[in-house]
Design a protein around this ligand. Structure first.
Ligand code: GDG
Length: 473
């Protein structure tokens, strides 16, 4: 009986230590929910780092045993591996270059690259302990670009799918990386390579055919030995969860509270992880411009801004956090009145029930990343609008802008345009809000996470059959 092996940098659990023992609790990320339908079935497993450093062998054994019952297999990383493979290479080379921040933030260090290779091999070794020839292996994201080829070398016929959750940049950006060929060769170990958008597919095909001795015919790359299919699979969300949450009592109570606290105010919502790619500072600029240019907005609109802590041990992220603190402080200091604050800013994460109440209550959701592979927040907002009202303002640089075309689409660098979009949104007649929201809700409901998983897995099966029939000829 064949099984499916999901592999990602992080396991879909949070590990904590209480009373000297480690405990795990499920994490709520979109990937965890989406792939939950797979890895919990039969002999299927999920391989990844548990997210904390565990030094003692005894503790590792305890965690391994606890996770085994959840079909999870840990790859333990020590502090140096976390620093160099994860923070150093993944987050200081791949993340900035793939989000078009190469010149500002990328640091190409040989030792980080060596750790990146070593940790990808560590993941390979864990896979090899459990994988059998008929299995299907689905590798996720930029931390594991070398893994498909590393596994392929040991298991030439196994089915391997790879999905990148962040953008794949134009070759002019990608080729700056000193180890660009090795990274592409690593990805080409897969049978099927998936991206969120067609632009990412195009960029990948361009980079592969320019930098490697491979040829392409439409979306199929041939490296002389195998054919690799490259395709877009825009990721969805668990729509049912987000459209039913506002009906729960706990969420309803929070909705009432928000209504009471923000009476007669237009509520503009902004939710992101702390990251320069999310355009948080530029969004604040646009909001400041709005307050400057629109005297009627004073005391009548509120920006509710949640920034979820992320990577803030990395200096660039710590700096960004300081800049956001300063900007919010400046805007609030300039415009606050006795009973109104223009920005309600939170630097922490909230339970999903609070998120749902905010999605349900916000008149406008302002999603203006500089670059984003997809952006699930925009889809979660749409799914939560069960009365078909509300306005989404969406950056054209996010993958989801290709699907949510009834949003107000903006260039996030154009402060004036974002400012005008907010004005348009807060004044939009209900009829127009509904005309835009209904088709977006239908799209998000139809192309949900289960659909995404199914079309990727079906395609992988189809590609494998195609390869086998070509070999037989
Ligand atoms: C990467 C790519 C791509 C946020 N605050 C809280 C909270 N969240 C949840 C949201 C959403 C998720 O975090 C963020 O997902 P995004 O897609 O917006 O962004 P990234 O984290 O950068 O994800 C991105 C994604 O991978 C999937 O492929 O779309 O482009 O960068 O689900 O709801 N969740 C809770 N509390 C919070 O305070 N519980």
């Amino acid at each position: 009986m064949s099984k499916t092996i999901i592999v990602s940098n992080r396991l879909p659990v949070k590990i904590s230590k209480t009373d000297g023992a480690y405990h795990s609790s499920p994490s709520e990320g979109g990937l965890a929910t989406g792939l939950g339908s797979i890895y919990k079935q039969g002999d299927n497993v999920w391989i990844g780092w548990p997210g904390v450093e565990i030094a003692e062998q005894e503790d590792k054994d305890q965690v391994t045993n606890e996770l085994k019952d959840l079909s999870l297999i840990p790859v333990f990383l020590d502090q140096e591996e976390i620093n160099q493979y994860y923070e150093g290479f993944s987050n200081e080379v791949l993340w900035p270059v793939f989000h078009y921040y190469a010149s500002t933030y990328a640091a190409y260090k040989q030792s980080n690259w060596e750790y990146y290779q070593a940790v990808n091999k560590k993941f390979r070794d864990t896979i090899l302990k459990v994988a059998e020839p008929g299995d299907v292996i689905w590798v996720h994201d930029y931390q594991l670009l070398l893994l498909p080829q590393l596994v392929r070398q040991e298991m030439p016929d196994v089915s391997i799918g790879f999905f990148l959750h962040i953008p794949f940049p134009s070759n002019e950006m990608f080729r700056l990386i000193p180890w660009r060929s090795e990274l592409l060769e690593g990805m080409l170990g897969a049978d099927l390579i998936g991206f969120h958008t067609f632009d990412d597919v195009r960029h990948f095909l361009g980079a592969a055919t320019r930098l490697l001795p491979v040829s392409s015919n439409s979306n199929i790359i041939s490296n002389g030995e195998r054919s690799i299919v490259v395709e877009s699979f825009p990721m969805g969300i668990d729509e049912k969860k987000y459209s039913s949450l506002p009906l729960q009592d706990e969420v309803k109570e929070q909705i009432d509270l928000i209504k009471e606290n923000f009476q007669n105010k237009k509520l503009i919502l902004s939710i992101d992880r702390l990251d320069y790619s999310k355009g948080i500072l530029q969004r604040l600029e646009a909001f400041e411009l709005l307050l400057e240019q629109c005297p009627e907005c004073i005391e009548h609109i509120t920006l509710y801004m949640i920034v979820v802590p992320s990577r803030d041990t990395v200096p660039q992220y710590a700096h960004l956090r300081d800049e956001i603190d300063k900007k919010v402080g400046k805007i609030n200091a300039l415009y606050r009145t006795m009973d109104w604050s223009p920005i309600h800013y939170y630097y922490r994460s909230f339970p999903i029930e609070t998120l749902s109440a905010l999605y349900y209550s916000a008149d406008v959701c302002l999603v203006t990343p500089m670059r984003d592979g997809m952006n699930l927040v925009s889809k979660e907002y749409v799914a939560s609008r069960i009365n078909n009202d509300g306005v989404l303002i969406m950056s054209e640089m996010a993958g989801s802008s290709k699907e949510l075309i009834d949003a107000i689409i903006v260039n996030p660098n154009n402060t004036g345009e974002v400012c005008r979009a907010i004005l348009q949104a807060i004044n939009m007649p209900l009829e127009e809000q509904r005309r835009r929201m209904i088709p977006m809700r239908q799209l998000v409901a139809k192309f949900n996470t289960s659909h995404w998983v199914k079309i990727f897995m079906d395609k992988l099966k189809e590609v494998k059959l195609m390869q086998r029939s070509m070999q037989a000829r």
